[in-house]
Design a protein around this ligand. Structure first.
Ligand code: AMP
Length: 488
């Protein structure tokens, strides 16, 4: 996952991009970068780490100009290294260009192999670089047309920002997987993954880009076209469940309100009669826990405190750090929990590691019963469109029942929201404008589903070749009867 931001027509373009990236930091914490144009030249600064640590006045002063794009990265394709940090910028026969990408291309490997066979030399492992090569090779007369030709060859999820010496170009794939919004700040135009970035710089929200739309902004003003025609929408439902920031308006609706509604729906479907209080796993579980409390009538309280000095647990790329991270990030409030029957609401269970630690923490702090409620359905399928999810083998819900998961995480009861309930809460009962593949296994039609099926088959073959690590299962944990054994 990643966050992207761009602005054109403002003398403080790189300073505002810095602020915009700050607001989008939740979308990626591995690396960040800004490229600015003064009309003649692009200048770039990319580094591993957090936006606030990378950029300061001295760095930003070296990025002058009226136009700028920026990127925060969490790798879903390519390893976590500086060479893969974005925006990627190059010099080619047509001039200079930089690109910032949120999403994941499903046919990048094939394209890369054929470009390399033709003599192309790649500088990174990132799927985004394929787009740069395709643009550089295009014989179309304008940059816009080169971009269209290049993107007609790629498949998958992309919200993209391109910067040349004189133009800012924004494109969203025809499924609209990843968000991208347009705003205005006096005479300048702003593009961002989420509206929270517009709010921070006090830009006015104009609208979301349509799926398949291209917006070009230069000295002549702004023009828009629809080079890619959507066959059906596949907006990522997981953005609403977990990824986006709650104060953002995403795909036309408030993330906060949607999450609260997920919690209300969860309380209707998976009540916890007799419980004394509802608590959230902060921060992502808070709106849903409030919704759960509203419908159930069980009082909401703060039973877990989140440290503000660590990032998102799961976002740390190494499993070893992730394990430790839960304890670093959350601490239990004994005074609230002691002797209580507690409903704890979280947004999702991926591997089960976090939930297991949390339940143990709550019981150690004196909770007599812990009823875990999840404001989304079981995450059973990997995402190929830009959310970082592990393989099916590692997704606890892909090979264990809800009862088995409850035993593993040591919760007294466990209840997930249904897929129907999720659809209703996001205002899409038929679920035909959202991609729900991570919950339903229904990857979108055509080439996209073929790519997903191929990747799944590959993962299954790799997994069956792996030795069974049953011995590694925790001594205190229950034995998981089906699929791969779980280690704590
Ligand atoms: P796990 O320990 O693997 O079950 O992690 C589950 C936690 O990670 C949940 O509490 C979510 O808030 C969070 N989470 C779920 N999906 C993602 C993701 N793709 N990226 C980062 N964090 C996630």
């Amino acid at each position: 996952m990643c966050g992207i931001f761009g602005i054109i027509g403002h003398p403080e373009a790189s300073n505002l991009t810095y602020l915009g990236l700050h607001a989008l930091q939740h979308r990626g914490q591995e690396s960040a970068g800004i490229v600015a144009s003064d009309g003649r030249q692009l200048r770039s600064h990319r580094q591993m780490g957090l936006v606030a640590d990378i950029f300061g006045a001295p760095t930003l002063e070296k990025l002058p100009g009226n136009a700028s794009i920026g990127h925060v990265r969490y790798s879903t394709a390519g390893v976590s290294q500086l060479k893969n940090a974005q925006p990627l910028s190059v010099e080619y026969a047509g001039g200079q260009m930089a690109v910032a990408h949120n999403g994941n291309l499903v046919n990048a490997k094939e394209l890369r192999t054929s470009l390399e066979a033709d003599g192309a030399i790649f500088q990174s492992d990132s799927d985004t670089e394929v787009v740069i090569h395709l643009i550089a090779r295009s014989r179309q007369p304008t940059f816009e047309k080169k971009v269209i030709e290049a993107l007609s060859k790629v498949k998958g999820a992309y919200s993209l920002l391109f910067l040349t010496q004189g133009q800012l170009v924004a494109v969203r794939d025809p499924y609209g997987f990843r968000p991208l919004v347009l705003g205005r700040l006096r005479n300048s135009y702003v593009l961002a993954s989420e509206t929270t970035a517009l709010d921070l710089i006090e830009a006015e929200y104009i609208r979301e880009l349509e799926a398949g739309e291209m917006v070009v902004i230069d000295a002549q003003g702004m023009r828009t076209s629809q080079p890619f025609v959507p066959t059906r929408l596949g907006r990522c439902i997981f953005e609403h469940v977990y990824f986006a920031k709650p104060d953002s308006v995403l795909f036309g609706t408030s993330v906060y309100e949607t999450r609260k509604e997920l919690g209300r729906q969860l309380a209707r479907e998976q009540p916890a009669p007799g419980a004394d209080l509802v608590i959230a796993v902060p921060d992502s579980g808070v709106p849903a826990a409030i919704g759960f409390s509203q419908v159930s009538g069980i009082p909401y309280d703060v039973g877990l405190i989140r440290s503000h000095y660590v990032g998102r647990t799961f976002i740390e790329p190494q499993q070893s750090i992730r394990h430790f991270g839960v304890k670093l990030k959350l601490s239990a409030v004994r005074q609230v929990l002691k002797g209580k029957r507690v409903v704890v609401v979280d947004d999702s269970i991926v591997r089960g590691t976090t939930s297991r630690k949390i339940v143990k923490m709550l019981k150690a702090a004196g909770a007599v019963e812990v009823h875990l409620r999840i404001s989304s359905p079981p995450t059973s399928w990997p995402c190929y469109y830009g959310i970082d999810t592990p393989s099916r083998q590692e997704l606890i819900a892909s090979n264990h029942s809800t009862e088995e998961i409850a035993r593993y995480v040591t919760a007294d009861t466990l209840g997930y929201l249904s897929l129907e309930g999720l659809g209703a809460a996001v205002g899409d009962k038929e679920r035909n404008t959202f991609c729900t593949a991570c919950f339903s296994g229904k990857y979108l039609a055509g080439e996209l589903s073929e790519a997903a099926a191929a990747a799944n088959a590959k993962a299954a073959t790799a997994a069956s070749a792996e030795p069974n690590n049953a011995e590694a299962a925790v001594a205190t944990g229950p034995t998981m009867p089906a699929g791969k054994q779980l280690t704590a």
